[in-house]
Design a protein. Sequence first.
Lengths: 557, 252, 194
Amino acid sequence: MTFSRRDLFIGGAGIAAGIAFTPVPWKLLGDVSIWTQNWPWIPQPSRGPVESKRSVCTLCAAGCGIRVRMAAGWPVGISGVATNPITKGALCPLAFAAQQLNFHPQRLRAVRHRGRTASWNDAQAAFQKACQDGPLLIVDSRPGRAASSILQAFAATHSGDYRVLLGQDSQALAPYAAWNGVATSALGYDLENARTIVSFGVSLLDGWGTPGRFTRLWSEKAAGRSDPELRLMQIEPSLSRTAARAWRWTAIRPGSDAALAAGLAHVLIEEHLVNPHQLVPPQTSLIDAVAQTGLSAETIRALAHTMVQRRPVVALACGSDPTIAALNVVLGAVGTSGGVVLRSNSRVLEIPVEPSTKGYSAVLLDDTIPWGFDPQPNAEVFRFAAWDGGGNQGDWLLPAPGFLEALTDVPAAPALNAETYSIAQNLLPQPEQVKTPVQFLAQIDSTLPPVEKAIQARCQEIFHAKRGVVFGEQVVAVANFESTAKLEEQLRNGAVWVGEPRHPAPWKCALQQWPSATSPWHSADWSAAWDPVVLPPLATKLYQESDLREAPARSNT
Amino acid sequence: MSARYGMVIDLDRCTGCGACMVACAAENNVPPAHSRATARTGITPMLVRRLSNGTPGADAREAFIPITCMQCGHETPCVSVCPQQAVEVDKATGIVLQMPQRCLGCRYCMTACPYHARYFNWWDPQWPPGMEQTLNPGVSVRMRGVVEKCNLCHARYHAATEKAAGAGETQIDPLDYVPACVEACPTVAILFGDLADPSDPVSIAADSPDCFRLLAQIGTDPKIHYKTTQDWIRALADRNSLRSHSPEAQHV
Amino acid sequence: MRRNGLVFLVGFSIALIAGWAVFPRVLYVSRQQPLDFFHKTHAEKSGLTTCDSCHVLGSDGQFTGIPRNDICTACHTDKLGTSPSEALLVDNYLKQSRQPQWLIYSQQPANVWFSHAIHTKRAGLSCAACHGNYGESDQRKIYQQNRITGYSRDIWGHSISRLRRLPGDGMKMTDCENCHRRRHVEVGCLGCHQ
């Protein structure tokens, strides 16, 4: 029997015919199609129990309450907390994708010294040496935290200075603080009781203050109404988002805010629209205002009349321009309901940091310091950061915990009309290679308390003062709590303590003379208003993948 | 009883912040933009467009309009053209549900959609290492070559039905089913609910004379209503079809 | 001609044998679970005789699936018996807070959404209706993985022809569809997918 090629072919045909009667072709077809859906490079979400936890967003000083959906221990979704009395469930666009930030390509995971990887021991040795060589400067951008008090204590006991870098929203309150001898962080705006708000370019509806606070207020009292309960008068050169939604938009030439404020004050006093006040703007204020703003005198007069139709009225400024603050004094909006109010007894004076760090040998920048703050290189700079902002590396880049990776507390956000306090529970373990500034300093000075202890002490203070209300799943007055531990437990689970608003009392304003204007301040767009040095990757929806916004003015997104 | 989920979006409240866009992308596992992605080729199931009355100077007016899948209820264009039956109108909820797993990427539906509310995955979705752990497990990850669109956060509907079943209820609690964009809006501009239920706030709001729908005249019966007291916006909506992503189409 | 026919038949038979007998063996690869667990033995020793003692359906509708360590540590804070499997569990997993990487027989693709709450609580299905009498087994159940798809053999069912299947043997979409059709429960595509 010889096998020939024909046998092969016929045998092959037999095999082919036979295969059709087996499960092979059909099973293979199905299995291969499933295989094509499971490419290894297609990411799969975590599988595991889904739970909902509460914490506080720490991307900026607003400290919005967040509800974090966790799957298998990872944060997979962030939303607001509807029962939060300040945010009412709102968040800024960044917060919704903030869980991505810990995996951002620019996440810092190793100590860097002038661009090269180093170790924590190296950094510690360098820091101790620098402190020995001369005075230390510690700069903090979110004063009032438990960590801030520890930084302050370290500076005090190691012959150093503790200075504060205030955010834009806080800086606008600086003039009032200076005139009345109170801390800037003790002040706020009582927008909830105002009926007219005159905003000099402040982006109230787009990135100002705590998200939700003003947007919800405006939405309830003003949106879509021709005769709203809350009149938002926006004074701004261009049609910003806030101006587009405001009740009235007045376009003025850029940089003429101070002139307009003086002109308005002039009209208010001249036409007896306000109570007489010792503070009087220069006689030429109205003429100057007409010249600088491009508005007619009639328009400015009409503006002044409209402003005071519905009181209380308060004026808001972007920066620390004292003339707009003086306008508030003239309007009687300082220390009164609906105006600039004192929200806490805090007498702690925060000394703002100087632009130059001359005279210091070591500068420690807390991880809340904006990346753009660049001290003059006279000292060795130890910058804590969770993300690398690119550009100037500074001397030492020390990796700090990222989003939800470290326990911290959140004092009252700027501009709120009452004191608040909440605790940002860390929902993720702190990675090994990162340290908070307090942990770093504790290795040098072991007498420093950990942040947990300082937070506990703060809770104790609140408990013993027996004032205010805790807004958690339920609303409970502090006086009804059994112990500090119970209060702290609530705060750690996402509740927020709100102090009682101070009874407004008119302040003795030390201001005798109308202040001269400082340099013009330009209202910030969204990219400057938001602190984080990197944006969550999904933020591209807002500028790259749509025409909604301008790309942020950074080189490192 | 079947529901018809829809929305009333108040254009007088929308400030164009974009929180809804980011919240939508995060909820639906939309990948970070490819470096070459643009406004035409990006994936924005919720897209906020800018409207302007075109007048310069002090009479300029601006508004923002969130555009999402309109959930067409009548002769749904995308459903009728899909060769794969990858999209259907769900009987229980009235939602036009896209199944990316069935989609073969012909993009016929993208041509058919009068509202340009459908987006194509031009690139393989990629996340930086480790970031995939933060993906929402309730929404499947698409691959390159499929079309996707707003499903009215159907994953949240799933979670609500599961929760109702766990509690022994037959109907979901409306508070449990809130799409991401609705939850995210800081001015509460988006009202969401069941248009088939006359007592639902969204039904009552949709009956307001201030409400209109985009391209109502073509008869797709969209379930997304818009509300505004400003006449110039209504005039713009009636005249323009918001055709393309080009800047020119955004102005009168 | 007869010779050709014979050769054809030989080829045909080779194909049939390969397709029906060899192919299933080759398609699947057996894999080992991280440790042995026998439901029947465990039920007898612990007195936990119902599925939901460990496979818990929460009040929010979430189902635990394969129980995580917190359910095991409710009893096994330390070794309760002498079995090497338990020793492995306690020493290598529970005490180190590591989850055993169980190979899941009924693992479905990520685009499938299945709610145990709806099927067990609302529809009243028993566990055995889909999972078979697995809970009463004291045999080691081998996990056979399809080399091409990566899923368990239990999804297709042990019978390669899908004939003569027992309940719980087979969890493909057609199996779900058949039951839905029998019970007249209509759901759209995204009723089961996501």
